[in-house]
Design a protein around this ligand. Structure first.
Ligand SMILES: [Zn+2]
Length: 471
């Protein structure tokens, strides 16, 4: 069996590299991924998939499907770029266009790899004649934690038996850890303007309210769980000092390891905002931008993916790949890389590698990544697994020009093809042995019991289609 799946990936590899490179060049930020979504959707349509665009009310979201019956296996793809991370395929800093977006999180690879796994699974189903449905989810705007959350509210993941995805990284491994849930919201205070010297007594300062809210939030920190994170920036603070600001705005992120904790702290922050408004005689409204769940790992699926990853092995790096990586690694802080590896309890062999040449047992079991991903929402709806494949040197910081460079290089391409193979093989295992899906579901149900998925979005909220136009 596995040989066949590998043959499908080998056969598709040229197309997948082309798709990945096209999306790398488009470098479109969240909800503006018109071209990136189009090339993927067109390709899948040509491969015989039926494609529905516009899931969750987002023009750059789509679901492509092939086959019929159970099981229903979904692959999650992404394709959004990051503002300001334009970079050529060069080991030294050299933007393609200064200040333009770039694939500094490797989502061009992520999308192409997941798409490749979906097409390979379709070919397997076709050849074997087995029942089953394969889906590829074109998920926009991961970086702003929007895409999968709005798609989830639409119910598009509800009938899946398993969701499979990956993220490019520096290790060949499988993720079994979690990540923080988050709420992102802007608080807009409204006061009354006045001449700040002439008649300040007639004014009510919206900026005072923002400052008092921040003071309150900073006192709140001591009385929330230590793992929670509150961050804010003042996005509007008035025009000039001699005018009492009638309007001011502060943007908050509330993060915590579990969704319920995010909501509890967010409610308390809302009380802080109310208090600030009361103290200053102002009013406020909330612009809720995004919210997502923590990731619920599934050990059953992770074990299968890990077994398949061991069969596939690490990408085969050429001497040119090693040279590119060594040159690029000169821009990294070696001591920081080593400290990072130590803190992960990385095996000894990694300390002498620049590009990961081995398959690494999961290092994140029981850990919570401080950042957030909207894969979290899917993982609370259906058993989900996330593979990782080396696409850049160890110690490369996330969201960096170095990642953009590698995501357009054969290093990233090889990682992408390895991940596609691992994901397709994992899916084939699930098709061949239905007891694996049963076990994954039993594990999932026992974890979710009493905390069934509820969209983090306030009812009626529309996707922020205009929000990121200038980002
Ligand atoms: Zn990412």
């Amino acid at each position: 069996m596995p040989k066949k799946v590998q043959a499908f990936i080998d056969d598709l590899s040229g197309d997948l590299v082309t798709l990945s490179n096209e999306v790398w060049r488009f470098a479109e930020v969240g909800l503006q991924e018109g071209e990136s979504a189009r090339v993927q959707a067109d390709y899948l349509a040509k491969q015989g998939f039926s494609v529905k665009t516009g899931s969750g009310g987002m023009p750059t979201a789509f679901v492509a499907e092939w086959g019929s019956g159970k099981p229903v296996i979904g692959f999650l793809g992404e394709y959004d770029a990051l503002a300001g991370l334009s970079q050529d395929v060069s080991p030294t800093k050299k933007p393609v266009t200064e200040g333009a977006p770039g694939h500094g999180c490797g989502h061009n690879l992520l999308g192409a790899g997941a798409l490749g796994a979906a097409v390979a699974l379709k070919r397997y189903l076709e050849e074997s004649g087995k029942p089953g449905t394969v889906r590829y989810y074109g998920c926009p705007a991961e970086e702003t934690l929007v895409g999968k959350v709005f798609m989830a509210r639409d119910g598009v993941f509800n009938d899946l038996d398993a969701a499979i995805t990956w993220h490019p990284g520096s290790l060949n491994s499988v993720q079994v850890g979690s990540s923080n849930g988050v709420n992102s919201a802007k608080f807009i205070f409204h006061g009354k303007t006045a001449h700040a010297a002439g008649d300040p007594f007639n004014g009510r300062s919206a900026l005072d309210a923002v400052e008092l809210m921040n003071v309150g939030a900073n006192y709140l920190r001591e009385h929330v769980i230590p793992d929670a994170r509150l961050h804010y920036v003042i996005t509007e603070g008035g025009g000039q000092p001699n005018v009492v600001p009638a309007r001011a705005q502060v943007w908050y992120y509330v993060r915590a390891p579990r969704r319920a904790q995010v909501e509890e702290i967010y409610d308390r922050l809302m009380d802080v905002a109310k208090g600030a408004a009361l103290m200053t005689g102002t009013s406020f409204e909330v612009d809720f931008l995004a919210g997502c769940y923590d990731v619920l790992p599934n050990e059953t699926l992770a074990r299968v993916a890990m077994e398949e990853l061991k069969e596939v092995g690490a990408p085969k790096w050429s001497s040119e790949d090693h040279e590119f990586a060594a040159e690029l690694a000169k821009s990294l802080d070696r001591r920081q890389t080593e400290a990072g590896l130590k803190s992960m309890n990385a095996p000894a062999e990694l300390f002498s590698q620049t590009l990961n040449t081995t398959v690494v047992e999961p290092l994140d079991r029981g850990k919570v990544m401080p950042g957030s991903t909207d894969v979290g929402d899917v993982s609370w709806i259906v058993p989900t697994v996330q593979v990782s494949a080396a696409c850049w040197p160890l110690g490369t910081p996330g969201h960096s020009w170095q990642v953009t460079a590698c995501s357009g290089h054969s290093i990233g391409e090889k990682g992408m093809l390895a991940a596609a193979s691992v994901m397709a093989r994992t899916a084939v295992r699930l098709l061949k042995d239905p007891s694996l899906i049963q076990r994954a579901k039993a594990e999932f149900s026992s974890q979710v019991k009493g905390q069934e998925y509820r969209s983090p979005l306030p009812s009626g909220l529309e996707p922020p289609l205009g929000q990121f136009k200038d980002s």
